[in-house]
Design a protein around this ligand. Sequence first.
Ligand code: G3H
Length: 203
Amino acid sequence: PRPIWFSRHGESVFNSQGRIGGDSPLSARGILYAQKLEEFVHSVYRPDDPADRANPNLTVWTSTMLRTGMTVAGLNQSWEVIKWRCLDEIDAGMCDGLTYNEVAAQFPEEYRKRKEDKYNYRYPRGESYQDLFLRLEPLLFEMLRHTGPLLVVGHQAILRILYGYLTGKQPEECPDLPIPLHTVIQLTPQAYGCEEVWHTPMP
Ligand code: G3H
């Protein structure tokens, strides 16, 4: 079985300001991570190795957003990169671009409702985690059918769902799963469950 690697995009300008959503470019640290991720992939995936020769084509799946595009820009020189719209980050609707403090100050009722039931809470004119499950379901089936090595460069909320599903978490647990920036989560499907290794290419 081939591993699936999950990584968030490198740190974005909005991440560094604590802002939700948006479509901002990578920060300087995020650009450094993109380089480290490329080095990491070259170090773990070697098509010359007998083990990897049977699967010469690493596939990279990512979203259509700027921060993921910048993160995979170096990778697409060597491998096929497929951009999926369904991998775009959760749509925060009218809270898009705000900090959590701004949401609490401007929309206290929304802030409270989300804290109470993060899985089912849908941002006004946006999405809930439950909505994400529905939009990711076809891709999850595609992922399970995929036989070659696969790198998914995604977003926090999206990877909470994909990682949570593959590691057998309850849907309601997914919105609080830690998926840190600048970390590659390696999952290798086994007969029962997944073998899991976390890598931090950038200290
Ligand atoms: O910007 C959106 C975040 O990735 C989602 O985080 O669901 O914990 O607010 P959250």
